[in-house]
Ligand binder design. Structure first.
Ligand code: UT7
Length: 333
């Protein structure tokens, strides 16, 4: 049987920084409030002519180079995004594929908001274990600044832009295999975090709508409470089901939405600070891109070594959530 191995990581962060100080000149907020309630100090914002696919392609190029594979060996690309280049079609995955010259491979996007990377990881795992594909490029890429209402202090302080990508490959070696992935959802909470207009649910009066009504809206405090409860249960379950102790986790890589959510889940698992990967301070919440951007951070700083076990967890609009137990398994040179 083929197993799925997490071979490589890459990321791209746009150069422009939007600080808490700058935001406090745009809406009624302060560096002190944002830092205390979220842990965020700054976020990166893409240039006007820089699209989600541009950022995704840069992250993906790095991930392919670091995997050691040739571009021609990649046989599928899946992109997780809620800020695609184009509404409905074409998919951002097809655009990234063409920008990278990957040929006529299977390419599609999925929508699972901030849980997107865990969802595409599970899709890659399933395609590889079924024998249908061998080397899959997964990309989480977001230009959230394009769907953020910069007059709403409840959301605009949170979100940033960026991209991360990974190559997942078939292996016969069970030691290298992704151990388990959980994915879940509950549409009962759909209205907690949504872009309420612009889709078929509002097509009847789309032309009359304010542009801002297509931006993200969130009932933050309610979302926060469901996130902590759901994620805590999910990570405890995935560890128990796989007979893994939290002390066996080398890197806990949570979706970077809010430091307080990360801390609550980390405390529930009794994790030490050095096990918890934090990038929320410098990137804010980049939705589907946040986990691969965080993995790339520990990779580039030399903290992520072959064989080390990562626990990923994510929560987002839908509502959706997920977790994954993933050893880092680069090809042996
Ligand atoms: O990534 C996908 C999933 N997303 C999440 O998991 C995000 C979850 N939610 C959160 O991170 C937090 O709920 C927020 C950071 C969005 C808000 O923090 P909070 O501690 O839940 O604040 P709150 O919404 O309960 O608001 C507390 C107070 C309110 O004022 P009053 O009614 O007490 O006078 C808000 O109006 O803080 C006020 N407030 C702000 N004040 C200054 C809300 N946003 C701001 C702001 N600056 N930016």
């Amino acid at each position: 049987m083929a197993y799925a191995a997490f071979r490589s990581i890459g990321a791209y962060v746009p150069s422009k920084i939007l600080s808490n100080e700058e935001l406090s000149k745009m809406v009624d907020t302060s560096d002190e409030w944002i830092t205390k309630r979220t842990g965020i100090k700054e976020r990166h914002i893409a240039a006007a002519d820089e699209f989600t696919s541009d950022m995704g392609a840069k992250a993906a190029k790095l991930a392919i180079e670091r995997s050691g594979l040739k571009k021609s060996e990649i046989d599928m690309i899946v992109c997780a995004t809620i800020s695609p280049d184009y509404f409905c079609m074409p998919s951002t995955a097809t655009i990234i594929s063409t920008k990278l010259g990957l040929g006529n491979i299977t390419a599609f996007d999925i929508s699972a908001a901030c849980t997107g990377f865990v969802y595409i990881l599970s899709i890659a795992k399933a395609f590889i274990e079924s024998g249908m594909k061998k080397n899959i490029l997964i990309v989480g890429a977001e230009k959230l600044s394009a769907i953020t209402d910069y007059s709403d202090r409840g959301t605009c302080i949170l979100f940033g832009d960026g991209a991360g990508a990974a190559v997942i490959s078939a292996t016969e070696n069970k030691e290298e295999a992704i151990i388990d992935i959980h994915t879940g959802s509950d549409g009962e909470f759909a209205d907690l975090l949504m872009t309420p207009n612009g889709g078929s649910g509002s097509a009847h009066d789309a032309l009359e709508q304010e542009a801002t009504s297509c931006f993200m809206q969130m009932r933050g405090n309610e979302t926060f409470k469901v996130a902590v409860k759901t994620l805590t249960k999910d990570v405890i379950d995935i560890l128990r089901e796989n007979s893994i102790q939290s002390s066996d986790i080398k890197h806990f890589v949570p979706h970077q939405a809010n430091y307080r959510i990360i801390k609550a889940v980390g405390d529930a698992l009794k994790l030490k600070d050095e096990q918890v990967v934090l990038t929320v301070e410098k990137y804010g919440n980049t939705s589907g891109a946040s986990i691969p951007m965080a993995i790339n951070d520990i990779y580039e700083s030399g903290r992520l070594q072959a064989g080390e076990l990562m626990l990923l967890d994510a929560f987002g609009g839908g509502l959706t959530w997920g977790s994954a137990l993933v050893p880092f398994a680069p090809f042996k040179k």
